[in-house]
Design a protein around this ligand. Structure first.
Ligand code: ADP
Ligand code: MG
Length: 330
């Protein structure tokens, strides 16, 4: 039985967006998302651009706060609201790797200073040990010591992302939040960084929240998958369940367009942008794009239904391979 290092409970987030000088509207980015992050596993968060993935990552990193709901972190045998944990203590346990290694590195610092920035701020090591800490963590990501005193502009994109990973690791975290860590890299480099991340996760027993829109990447690295559509979680389960036998019509469209599945219109992209209007509408927010919708889907919003291998927010969902299967566990 795996425990949860973190539990996301009914989290919603909306932003106030100014429409004109005198009026603004609340734009919902996340709507009632509940998810476990199981210790020692990789949870992939997938969904089209605008579906709320980065918003959730920012809440986990405490760069922003939920409008409703709570995020809880394991503390001994309990779970506590992350808002109650002092930031220094929190960032020793939870670190982040961003999409763009150019934007997330200070170009005026030397590599060893960049790698030890978090460790130094958090007081995880004595100040006199910092070069050694940099060496150890650069070793872990395959960057040679000859780069210790270099500036970032001497490194390639892939090397910089390795430096960002080393910086996160130097705090000795338990959980890494990775927001599209491969997206800004050359395709030829992506596989190397992906395999590095996988090797580190296994060797160090880390937990990852891995945000990606690339299902082939997700298939390779993730244990569990959460699919977001327009701010809502629509399907959650193991990779084998969700990617290999998707149940929600949106997941099926995603898988079909990514992998060219049997009923797939390859290349047809299902958009996940949340419209301000969607929260006001009564029924399922996937309705306008769904080919299975009926009267129930128009009148009622589907809540998460639990099947043995997944949770799905769809009235039409069936447990895979067993259409009469009982809805048993969460
Ligand atoms: P993703 O990472 O899945 O592409 P985001 O979480 O970045 O999606 O965005 C989700 C929605 O929230 C989008 O509609 C986006 O425009 C909106 N959003 C995100 N951050 C802000 C913000 N700071 N102010 C206003 N709207 C925001
Ligand atoms: Mg994003």
């Amino acid at each position: 039985m795996t425990t949860n290092i973190m539990t996301i409970e009914h989290v919603s987030k909306s932003f106030g967006v100014r429409k004109s000088l005198l009026s603004s509207v609340r734009v919902p980015a996340l709507d009632d998302v509940s998810l476990p992050l199981r210790r020692g596993r990789v949870l992939a968060l997938v969904g089209e651009s605008g579906s709320g993935k980065s918003t959730l990552a920012r809440l986990l990193m405490r760069l922003d706060e939920p409008s409703a709901g709570a995020i809880r972190i394991e503390q001994g045998t309990n779970e506590v609201d992350i808002a109650s944990v002092p930031l220094r203590e929190y960032y020793r346990r939870v670190q982040m790797v961003f999409q763009d290694p150019y934007a997330s590195i200070n170009p005026r610092k030397r590599i060893w200073q960049i790698v030890t920035a978090a460790a130094s701020n958090l007081g995880t090591h004595a100040q006199g040990d910092m070069r050694r800490v940099a060496e150890e963590n650069l070793d872990a990501v395959g960057i040679g010591h000859q780069h210790l005193d270099a500036f970032p502009n001497a490194l390639s994109g892939g090397q910089r992302q390795r430096v960002c990973i080393a910086r996160a690791l130097a705090a000795k975290p338990e959980l890494l939040v990775l927001d599209e860590p491969l997206s800004s890299l050359d395709v030829s480099i992506q596989a190397q960084i992906l395999n590095l991340l996988l090797e580190l996760q296994r060797r160090l027993g880390l937990t990852y929240l891995f945000i990606s829109h690339d299902l082939a990447v997700v298939r390779h690295i993730a244990d569990d998958v959460a699919v977001m559509y327009a701010g809502r979680l629509v399907e959650y389960g193991t990779v084998e369940a969700v990617i290999d036998a998707p149940s929600h019509p949106y997941t099926r469209a995603l898988v079909a367009s990514a992998l060219g599945g049997a009923d797939g219109k390859r290349g047809a992209r299902a958009r996940g942008e949340l419209q301000a209007a969607t929260l006001d509408q009564l029924g399922c927010n996937f309705l306008p794009r769904c080919d299975q919708a009926d009267a129930q889907c128009q009148g009622q919003r589907p809540s998460m239904r639990a099947f043995p291998d997944r949770r799905v927010a769809c009235f039409r969902a069936k447990p895979s391979g067993n259409h009469d299967g009982a809805e048993t566990c969460a």
